[in-house]
Design a protein around this ligand. Structure first.
Ligand SMILES: *[C@@H]1O[C@H](CO)[C@@H](O)[C@H](O)[C@H]1NC(C)=O
Ligand SMILES: [Zn+2]
Length: 345
């Protein structure tokens, strides 16, 4: 009798140990169990079962990499003071890496109302570093970066929600697991070529993803509550898929504004005339002025609580708490000797 009890206890303890180390493999999604606002199966279905004509066509404008005195002029010129057709400020998401970043300028972008998201501390090469990155590597690159960004740019940490891995190189489950453990909400690094027409809407990783994996390894574990914003590919002039507009190979002549306009509209209409999956793209200020641009977090807010377009248009504009960071009031104080360092250059 005694022996049986001891053996049973041992088995339970052992099973728990294994659980801690290995993530559960994600199962096929169950629409009955996976419901908004915290869970969504990967699919091309419009959230909330809305008709396309009642669905806002979101356009997400994003910029990657360091922000500094060289590129801030472009951002000021093409983005500041732009409004969407409903009168609210147009959104943009900046995926920022640490190197060559001036944190005073990040604070300026934040105070202009733009979303700041994470693009790693090191942004290092080669690309295989990211493919093989461990949980601990990703913790240093993104978990630590969230704390660092909040501190140096003086941004409320809960406003830092998104991740884009350099080179769009996924690292299997690891980055998503780090996101979950670090309080990050969504990833926008995962391209899809198979689900462009109709496009794949954002979804969570509670259950197995149906998304194709153009840059493996992709996650296959169940990581509840973490969102994927698929990068729905564009098609270049020869029909070759590209995840980022500046990654498209066959594009119109850079001086041919008319051809560029047609090129963008052709890609846009694949979304707009179909299931209105969010349309992501890079730059071009005359286009930003013509269509509603939101940031990546706005898209998720809508997906979690989908309301028809007419209602969405009535919504108050996004709000945020201003946190100024002029050079003289936002230094980082060194703990060991109390001397201040300034996070601009
Ligand atoms: C992700 O986790 C699942 C479940 O533990 C595992 O089967 C799979 O191999 C992992 N993927 C990678 C790339 O590590
Ligand atoms: Zn980059």
């Amino acid at each position: 009798m005694k022996w049986t009890i001891i053996v049973l206890l041992f088995t339970v303890a052992f099973a728990q140990d294994v659980d801690d180390e290995e993530l559960a493999l994600a199962e096929a999604c169950d629409e009955e169990l996976c419901k908004l606002p915290d869970c969504r199966c990967s699919s091309t279905d419009i959230p909330g079962g809305l008709q396309p004509r009642d669905t806002p066509q979101f356009v997400t404008v994003t910029f990657d990499d360091g922000v500094n005195v060289i590129n801030i002029e472009t951002y000021r010129r093409i983005l500041y003071n732009r409004l969407n057709p409903n009168g609210c400020p147009a959104g943009t998401t900046f995926y920022v890496n640490h190197e060559y970043t001036n944190y005073q300028l990040i604070n300026e972008l934040y105070n202009q109302g733009y979303e700041i998201a994470l693009h790693s501390v090191s942004h290092q090469t080669p690309q295989t570093y990211w493919a093989e990155a461990t949980y601990e590597d990703m913790q240093r690159e993104f978990g630590d970066q969230r704390i660092q960004m909040a501190h140096f740019a003086n941004i409320p940490i809960e406003q830092l929600k998104g991740v884009r891995i350099p080179f769009l190189q996924l690292a299997g489950n690891n980055s998503f697991q780090v996101m979950k453990d670090s309080g990050l909400t969504y990833d926008c690094s995962w391209p899809t070529i198979s689900y462009t027409n109709p496009g794949l809407w954002p979804y969570t990783l509670d259950y197995a993803s149906i998304q194709d994996c153009p840059i493996p390894p992709c996650p296959s574990a169940s990581i509840p509550g973490v969102w994927v914003q698929p990068m729905v590919g564009w098609l270049d002039l020869n029909g070759v898929a590209c995840s980022m507009v500046d990654g498209c190979f066959w594009v119109p002549d850079r001086n041919d504004e008319e051809a560029w306009y047609r090129f963008i509209i052709t890609n846009f209409e694949r979304h707009y005339l179909n299931n209105r999956a969010p349309f992501g793209f890079y730059v071009h200020e005359w286009y930003i002025s013509a269509y509603p641009a939101v940031n990546s977090a706005d898209v998720l807010d809508w997906v979690k609580n989908p309301v028809p377009l007419d209602e969405y248009k009535q919504k108050p504009c996004r709000t945020f708490v201003q946190t100024s960071c002029p050079a003289t009031t936002c230094p980082a104080r060194a703990e060991h000797n109390g001397v201040s360092r300034y996070t601009y250059s």
